[in-house]
Design a protein around this ligand. Structure first.
Ligand SMILES: Cc1cc2nc3c(=O)[nH]c(=O)nc-3n(C[C@H](O)[C@H](O)[C@H](O)COP(=O)(O)O)c2cc1C
Length: 302
C-alpha cells in the first residue's frame, strides 16, 4: 500500500461523493457501489478528503493531526473552535506592531513551539510545506546571530566607504553598492558603533528569542510560503501577548553571506526569508497608528 496516499474504508464510506468533488488532484473516484476509492497517485497530501468526510471513512496517515497549543489551556474541547469574529481578527491585525523594546525575560520554549504550530497552518504552493523553522530560544543565540550579521555589515560598510570602488562598480552598470551607501551606510555605521562601544542592540532590539523562517529553494513558491508562515507567527505572537519584529537586515545578510546559514545549520537547499525577533514587550501600544491613505484601484473594464 502506498503510504503517501489517503485510504478509504469501504465499510464506512457512504458514497456521498464529498471527497471526490473536493480532491484538487482528481485522484478519487466512485466504485461500482458508489463508494470512494483512490485511483491515482499524484496526491498533494492536502488532506481535504479527510477533512470533508462526514463519517470519518478517510485516513491520511502521512499527516500529523493538528495539536492544541502547549501554552494555552483549552477549557472546552468542543470542535470546531469558535472562529474569531471579523472585528476580533481585524483588531488582532491592527494591534500587532513591530516591537523594538523587550524585557529580558526568556520566552518559554512551549510558546515558541506554539508559534511554529501556528506558522504551519499557512497555505503553501502546491502544498509543498518546504519551510524550516529555526528557533533561537536564548538571548545568547540571538546575540551570536547578531554578531555574525554585524560582521557581514562591517565588511559591507568597509567596501561601501570606498568612493573608488563605488565608482568602478557604477561604471560596470552595478549601482547596488552606491544605493546601499546612500540609503543604509550611515544607519548601519551608527548601529555598529553603538554595538561596539555600548553593547546597544539596534539589530534585534534586545529580543531574548527569535525564529528564523527558511524554505527549500526547490519548493514551487518558497518565498511566499515562508512569508505567509511568518505572518502567522506575528499574529499568534500578538495573540499570546508577545512582542515581535521582522529583522530584514539579517535576511539580507543571509542572502549574501553563507556563514549565517552555516551558523543556523542550514544547507544550501534552504534560503532564509524572514527572521523574527520575539520577547515580552517592554512597551504597550495604546492604539494602532493607522496607515498611509490608500484607495484600492478597481478594475471595471475587462
Ligand atoms: C520585510 C520586512 C523587514 C523588516 N526589517 C526590519 C528590521 O530589520 N528592523 C526593524 O526594526 N524593523 C523591521 N521591519 C519592521 C517595519 O519597520 C515595520 O513593519 C513597519 O515600520 C510598520 O510598523 P508596524 O510593524 O509596527 O506596523 C521590517 C518589516 C518588514 C515587512
Amino acid at each position: 500500500m502506498n503510504q503517501n496516499l489517503p485510504t478509504i474504508d469501504p465499510e464506512i464510506c457512504t458514497g456521498c461523493g464529498a471527497c471526490l468533488s473536493i480532491c484538487p488532484d482528481r485522484i478519487l473516484a466512485a466504485d461500482t457501489l458508489g463508494k470512494a476509492l483512490v485511483n491515482g497517485d499524484s496526491c498533494m497530501q492536502c488532506g481535504h478528503c479527510y477533512a470533508v468526510c462526514p463519517v470519518e471513512a478517510v485516513s491520511v496517515p502521512f499527516l500529523d493531526q493538528p495539536e492544541d497549543l502547549g501554552s494555552v489551556k483549552i477549557e472546552s474541547k468542543g470542535r470546531p473552535a469558535e472562529p474569531l469574529s471579523p472585528f476580533g481578527l481585524l483588531e488582532l491585525m491592527r494591534q500587532r506592531r513591530s516591537c523594538r523594546l523587550y524585557l529580558e525575560e526568556t520566552v518559554d520554549r512551549v510558546v515558541l513551539d506554539d508559534l511554529v504550530r501556528a506558522a504551519v497552518t499557512a497555505p503553501s504552493g502546491t502544498n509543498s510545506q518546504g519551510w524550516k523553522f529555526i528557533i533561537l530560544p536564548a538571548r545568547e543565540q540571538v546575540i551570536k546571530l547578531g554578531e555574525v550579521t554585524a560582521d557581514f555589515y562591517r565588511r559591507l560598510n568597509r567596501k561601501a566607504s570606498s568612493l573608488a570602488l563605488r565608482s568602478l562598480l557604477r561604471l560596470t552598470g552595478n549601482n547596488a553598492l552606491q544605493t546601499y551607501y546612500e540609503n543604509y551606510f550611515e544607519t548601519v555605521k551608527k548601529a555598529l558603533d553603538e554595538w561596539d562601544s555600548a553593547g546597544k542592540d539596534r539589530l534585534f532590539h534586545g529580543a531574548p528569542a527569535a525564529i528564523v523562517v527558511a524554505a527549500d529553494r526547490a519548493s514551487s513558491c518558497p518565498g511566499e510560503d515562508a512569508l505567509l508562515a511568518s505572518q502567522n507567527i506575528l499574529l499568534m505572537a500578538e495573540a499570546l501577548g508577545l512582542g515581535s519584529c521582522l529583522i530584514g537586515y539579517v535576511v539580507e545578510a543571509a542572502r549574501r553571506d553563507a556563514s549565517i546559514n552555516r551558523l543556523l545549520g542550514l544547507d544550501k537547499r534552504y534560503r532564509v526569508y524572514s527572521v523574527i525577533a520575539l520577547g515580552q514587550p517592554a512597551v504597550k501600544f495604546m492604539r494602532p497608528a493607522g496607515r498611509k491613505p490608500l484607495k484600492p484601484e478597481i478594475v471595471n473594464t475587462v
